[in-house]
Design a protein around this ligand. Structure first.
Ligand code: HEC
Ligand code: HEC
Ligand code: HEC
Ligand code: HEC
Length: 479
């Protein structure tokens, strides 16, 4: 049962990825890039049969290369630039022809290693490898010749990165930053999926660390993760919330201040992806849910985001030194006509706050059952309170948090998780899926089903009824 939920938890990440979809005009890709200390040598240089290419089976140590070539979507990241969807995105954006994405800097920034630069790379490096080992582990010229020595292995992850360029993928905040350049955006490096790209057909980027890690075909052992974090899923979720929000604020700051890596002329303010998609993408009708009294904010205003600053994050922050999400930036972004310079300044302050909270959590001892249960109860309570007015993003984030906590609880106490909780989480997931559009092209579809009609046709459940049942299932666990 638990395993089932794990698998299902994965589904939703996929589902989120189906969101809607992006562009951008020629961003100078490497604008402002400092001179790199290390050079990528290409995935084949990790693939010697004595090293990472022993081909012992999926996920087995020393078989990282075959796990990646055989199962990892990143290996196909370049290839997808030649599929019909990419062609359509390119046609919509630049009116260019078949296959043109494969030579477009913007796309290469995230769909290949080394941001598509072949000049500053070893002879084994090719674009066709897609997102290769060095995209996550760092350019290997500094560590390839030494990383298997006993002396090297004695260094800690921070030293390995500082001295040799082997990226710290052990610490969860550092790991989030690795994924986030591509999965959330980094304007300074010209890596951005903005509303132009989405409107052209690119999937919306909705990153959440624990579910993306769960879905990732791993080439390492989970035992190692559990040694570092017995509460791995829950901790990855909580740290991912803080760190992702920080990175999203950085992106907002860069958008507000027209940071160098971006093409300022073509840099719209405000950038639409910062706002709740459905505040614009809904039908104009007298019986709309909001018109009938469902505003969670001032009628007619444009509410800021939700994915990276919603209640799931707020609950995680309650237990930190920071206590609450910094309100200055949200109150500015929720006012139409927010001044970019002020927004940029508030972002800076908010980033410092979240950084404090994340550093603290990274060092904190593993959570036990009482803490996991406490977090779950607060997530459920918040979902219940917002069940009439909350957005899909809001409920999806709550679900992902609950799924991560559920899975950590099951790791700590396999027989202790109430069966009802598992069952109701599956219901919540199904409800989210039912109300999400099958396609990715227009969120209008899900406003119809979700906004107009909270009670969906496929089951008799509603968000209110599911959150109520979830609450009951937690009560039963005390008995
Ligand atoms: C900020 C990084 C970034 C940029 C820039 C970017 N992409 Fe993507 N793209 C991604 C990520 C990450 C995914 C996977 C999203 C997911 O599943 O969560 C993706 C997914 C896709 C997909 C769907 C993949 C599939 O399996 O069908 C296509 C197609 C695509 N991108 C094409 C493009 C094209 C064409 C461009 C340039 C116009 C581009 N991308 C620019 C990061 C980016
Ligand atoms: C999408 C990002 C990503 C890509 C691509 C990737 N890795 Fe990893 N790799 C990770 C993460 C995250 C971990 C787990 C954290 C850790 O152990 O450092 C990891 C772990 C490892 C480990 C285990 C490290 C240890 O200390 O136990 C090895 C070895 C490894 N990767 C090699 C490779 C090789 C070789 C490739 C290319 C064939 C590759 N990785 C591609 C992200 C990636
Ligand atoms: C250099 C850019 C880059 C980095 C770094 C990166 N990814 Fe990705 N990732 C992509 C792209 C592009 C795709 C889409 C590939 C495709 O569709 O074939 C993708 C796809 C995925 C998918 C599949 C999503 C789906 O909808 O099926 C998962 C899971 C994933 N990445 C997890 C991670 C994690 C976890 C990390 C960090 C440890 C990471 N990625 C780092 C670019 C990146
Ligand atoms: C401030 C208003 C606004 C916000 C917020 C907004 N959009 Fe849009 N969107 C538009 C407009 C205007 C168009 C162009 C419609 C047209 O040309 O018919 C558009 C077009 C699109 C399209 C292509 C056309 C269509 O209607 O299917 C997609 C897909 C899309 N947006 C997705 C999103 C997503 C996903 C988000 C949230 C991340 C979002 N939008 C946020 C105003 C907005």
């Amino acid at each position: 049962m638990f395993f089932q939920l794990r698998d299902k938890a994965l589904d939703i990440a996929k589902l989120l990825a189906l969101g809607a979809a992006s562009l951008f005009l020629s961003i100078p890709a490497t604008f402002g890039a400092e001179k790199e200390r290390f050079t990528p040598l290409g995935a084949p240089s990790c693939a010697s049969a004595a090293c990472h290419n022993q081909n012992l089976g999926k996920g087995i140590p020393f078989s990282e290369y075959t796990t990646w070539t055989g199962f990892d979507p990143h290996h196909k990241a370049y290839e997808v630039l030649f599929n019909p969807r990419s062609d359509r995105i390119m046609k919509n954006l630049y009116n260019t022809g078949t296959g043109s994405a494969g030579s477009t800097q913007l796309c290469l920034n995230c769909h290949s290693s080394n941001q598509g630069k072949t000049d500053h790379a070893g002879p084994g490096f090719t674009l066709t490898e897609g997102v290769g080992c060095e995209s996550c582990h760092g350019a290997s010229s500094g560590y390839i010749a030494v990383h298997f020595t006993e002396k090297f292995k004695k260094l800690n992850a921070v030293e390995k990165e500082r001295e040799f360029g082997l990226t710290n993928t052990k610490d969860l905040s550092s790991r989030t930053r690795v994924c986030a350049d591509c999965h959330l955006g980094n304007a300074r490096k010209g890596m951005e999926v903005n509303h132009d790209l989405i409107a052209a057909g690119h999937p919306r980027l909705n990153f959440e660390l624990s579910s993306y890690l769960a879905q990732y075909p791993k080439h390492w052992k989970m035992e190692e993760e559990f040694k570092r974090h017995p509460d791995f899923h829950a901790k990855a979720w909580a740290l991912g919330q803080m760190e992702s929000s920080k990175i999203a604020l950085q992106l907002l700051e860069d958008r507000a201040s027209g940071t160098k890596g971006m093409d300022v002329k073509n840099n719209p303010w405000p950038e639409f992806t910062e706002f709740d998609c459905f505040s614009c993408h809904k039908d104009l009708r007298l019986n709309s849910r909001k018109y009938q009294g469902g505003y969670s904010n001032k009628p007619g205003s444009l509410p800021w985001g939700g994915w990276f600053n919603g209640n799931a994050l707020k609950i995680v922050l309650e237990d930190s030194k920071v206590k609450a999400f910094p309100v200055e930036v949200s109150s500015q972004m929720n006012q139409f006509g927010a001044q970019p310079s002020k927004v940029a300044l508030s972002c800076k302050k908010a980033i410092d706050q979240l950084d404090l909270a994340a550093k603290d959590l990274e060092k904190s001892p593993a959570w036990g059952k009482p803490q996991l249960q406490g977090l779950a109860k607060r997530l459920i309570e918040s979902g219940k309170q917002n069940s009439e007015k909350g957005s899909w993003d809001e409920f999806a984030q709550i679900y992902l948090g609950l799924a991560a906590i559920h899975n950590s609880w099951a790791d700590l106490d396999p027989m202790g998780v109430p069966g009802e909780l598992t069952k109701e989480l599956v219901n919540l997931r199904n409800l989210l899926k039912d109300v999400f559009p099958d396609g990715f092209d227009s969120p209008r579809l899900f406003e119809d089903k979700f906004g107009m009609n909270t009670r969906n046709e496929k089951s008799s459940e509603t968000f209110s009824s599911v959150f109520r049942s979830l609450q009951n299932s937690m009560e039963s666990s005390r008995r």
